[in-house]
Design a protein around this ligand. Structure first.
Ligand code: SAJ
Length: 436
């Protein structure tokens, strides 16, 4: 009790030192938030470039502005290290490292294991450790806890261990770290109490749950909800085509229902490293416990089929509208990042579409104001300037990502044929326009 109360006093007086491990789109905004609220905060990362940029006050994350970052570094509140020893002095250590899938599409928690090994060597009485990386229910209790108790310290008495899911939405102007309610669940009630107290210093609403497993499950529930509903609307979009219904219009109409409905939109498939990946952590773990989560697998398959569906539709349009074979066509892909107004191309379905069209023999180029260049297999491609001549030069313009920067009327005016996978040209009537 004494240790817990001493730590709570440090946290509530903002004297606690906070370390954040992993300085990506989750960790950097988080460590800045603690520093901005008056904590002495240190970011730890294995990437020396990140450490160098932070020390120079240069942000590499869109949601963190360099001026603010520089001010925090200059004030001495924020520092950055690649040496893990600083974690020994920290009263709170928050882990925000990636949790990708491995080649066989199973969870890869190697980053969590690597950080746990470092913390295990330095764990001391009076420390709080929080895992934020999205992972399967049981990771905190089955992987991190056993490593830390090897020290002989008692969890919930000497040190405290929680899971608290990250809910960062890159590029979302409406929700910053402070505004996004934070779920936190500890190994013991004392752990939850300490975790709640820490986040309450920087986030308006903290929602404690009974266990770390519950907190892990909460995050996966949120993103499984998305992947399943995106898979559903993609399947309905394909059926709507055969039923002669404009699915986009039906979704707009369904949105008028003020309760019991939430809009999801068809698209070229799922990209990013959250929605397409997190739910597979859940189905993998459930399978180990003899539970088959059919909806996740079905949604994964449905979404994974969308790039090919888009290609077949585009080939059909070239044939029907221009009488051109795809192998003798020039195609410009508009937007290659995984969702609008971001530059991240990881898992982007636009890359699958680009690859398949090339395989079919088409001459394929792309324009994306957020992605100056990309590598398609071994080939490096540069984003073409979106001039009238470039638009006119291509038989088909395939819009895969609906960036706000795109000028709708000019694209329609200067293009020969457009295949729109995002209903970006909604409301524009033209024979040149074909919609998903
Ligand atoms: N997508 C569709 N149709 C939709 C929604 C999304 O095809 O109706 C596609 C997007 O184009 C993208 C992929 O799915 O390729 C994922 O889109 P997303 O809107 O879910 O964006 P993400 O991957 O950045 O998800 C993040 C998640 N945030 C966290 O995990 C902390 C997710 O929980 C958020 O709900 C989501 O942002 C958001 O709402 O923007």
């Amino acid at each position: 009790m004494k240790i817990k109360n001493a730590l709570l006093r440090k946290i509530k007086s903002k004297k606690a030192k906070v370390a954040v491990v992993g300085l990506g789109y989750v960790g950097l905004p988080l460590v800045c938030e603690f520093a901005a609220r008056g904590f002495s905060a240190v970011g730890i990362d294995v990437d020396p470039e990140k450490i160098r940029d932070i020390r120079k006050g240069k942000s590499y994350i869109g949601d963190v502005d360099s001026k603010g970052l520089a001010r925090l570094v200059k004030s001495g509140k924020l520092s950055a290290e690649s040496d893990f020893d600083v974690a020994a002095e920290a009263d709170a250590v928050i882990i925000c490292v990636p949790t990708p899938l491995n080649r066989s599409k199973d969870p890869d928690i190697s980053y969590i294991l690597a950080v746990t090994e470092q913390i295990e060597k330095r764990i001391r009485p009076g420390q709080l450790v929080v895992l934020e990386s999205t992972t399967y229910p049981g990771t905190t209790e089955e992987v991190i806890l056993p490593a830390l108790v090897k020290s002989g310290l008692v969890c919930g008495r000497d040190f405290f261990l929680c899971f608290s899911p990250e809910r960062v939405d890159p590029g979302n102007p409406h929700f910053k770290t402070r505004d996004i309610p934070k779920v936190v669940g500890g190994i013991t009630p004392a752990c939850t109490e300490v975790g709640k107290a820490l986040y309450a210093q920087i986030i308006r609403q903290v929602f404690p749950v009974s266990t770390s497993r519950t907190a892990e499950m909460t995050k996966l529930l949120e993103n499984t909800f998305r992947i399943v509903n995106i898979g559903l609307i993609n399947e309905l979009a394909r059926a709507a085509e055969s039923l002669g219904v404009n699915i986009w219009e039906a979704v707009e109409a369904a949105k008028t229902k003020p309760f019991g409905y939430m809009p999801f939109y068809p698209g070229p498939g799922i990209g990013g490293h959250c929605i397409g990946i997190d739910p597979l952590y859940l189905s993998w773990k459930a399978r180990l416990h003899g539970e088959e989560l059919h909806f996740i697998e079905l949604a994964r398959r449905m979404n994974a089929e969308m790039p090919h569906y888009v290609v077949t539709q585009a080939v059909y349009a070239l044939n029907q509208k221009l009488g051109k074979a795809v192998s003798r066509s020039k195609i410009l892909i508009l937007g290659v990042s995984y969702k609008k107004d971001v530059s991240d191309v990881r898992e982007s379905p636009a890359l699958d579409i680009l690859h398949e069209l090339k395989e079919l023999g088409a001459q394929v180029a792309y324009h994306d104001p957020h992605v100056p260049e990309l590598s398609e297999g071994l080939v490096r491609m540069k984003s073409l300037p979106l001039t009238d001549a470039v638009l006119r030069r291509h038989d088909l313009v395939l819009l895969a990502t609906n960036h706000t920067a795109f000028n709708r009327s000019r694209i329609v005016k200067k293009s020969r044929l457009i295949y729109d996978t995002r209903n970006f040209f909604q409301g524009i009537r033209s024979q040149k326009l074909v919609r998903l």
